[in-house]
Write a protein of this length. Structure first.
Length: 188
């Protein structure tokens, strides 16, 4: 599926909508209140979505402060956002500024307790670079279009963990593909 299909050239008329981490926090908080949970319990539930995988990997769990910090600083990593979106049963596109619904065409992959949703940053970088070359853009030109530094884009080539969710979503919009195409159900 193409998002923003029909746009050409330097994409100057393409409207990249920011990822609204504040709205994501509000949705988490509303769900938390509706379920009568503390932030610690929410963090535990997010983590336990992948209980079998976590048991095998012995990873560091999500901290409640990762969630509550979003109230004052509405940012989150693209990898942490996937935990939250999975718990809410929502798509990344449903939190783009101005979104009014949650379109099932953008559904994330399913993941059982033996898996965790992860962004494929390598695929995101490769797709972005391919599109950049097709458009004849330099890294500084693309960075200006996406509202970031060139280093933030080129660093995705070797990123091991994450970038922020807003940048990931601006990139997928610019590429013209759903975020779900860059997310996989990981077993490690």
């Amino acid at each position: 599926m193409q998002i923003g299909a029909g746009q050409t050239g330097m994409m100057t008329d393409l409207k990249l909508r920011p990822f609204d981490a504040g709205a994501l926090y509000s949705a988490l908080d509303a769900q938390r209140i509706a379920l009568g949970l503390s932030w610690r319990q929410v963090a535990d539930q997010l983590w336990n979505l992948s209980a079998d995988l976590n048991e095998r990997r012995r990873d560091h769990p999500i901290s409640p402060s990762t969630l509550t910090t979003m109230a004052k600083n509405p940012r989150t990593s693209c990898q942490h956002a996937l935990f939250m979106l999975r718990w809410l049963g929502r798509t990344p596109e449903s939190f783009l500024e101005g979104a009014t619904d949650d379109d099932s065409r953008f559904a994330l992959p399913l993941a059982g307790p033996d898996r965790r949703l992860r962004w494929s940053l390598k695929l995101l970088y490769e797709s972005m670079d391919e599109r950049r070359r097709q458009e004849g853009l330099t890294w500084p030109q693309l960075a200006a279009t996406l509202g970031c530094s060139p280093n933030r884009l080129t660093a995705l080539r070797t990123a091991k963990f994450a970038t922020d969710m807003d940048l990931a979503m601006r990139i997928v919009q610019w590429i013209g593909r759903p975020a779900a195409e860059f997310v996989y159900s990981a077993t490690w």
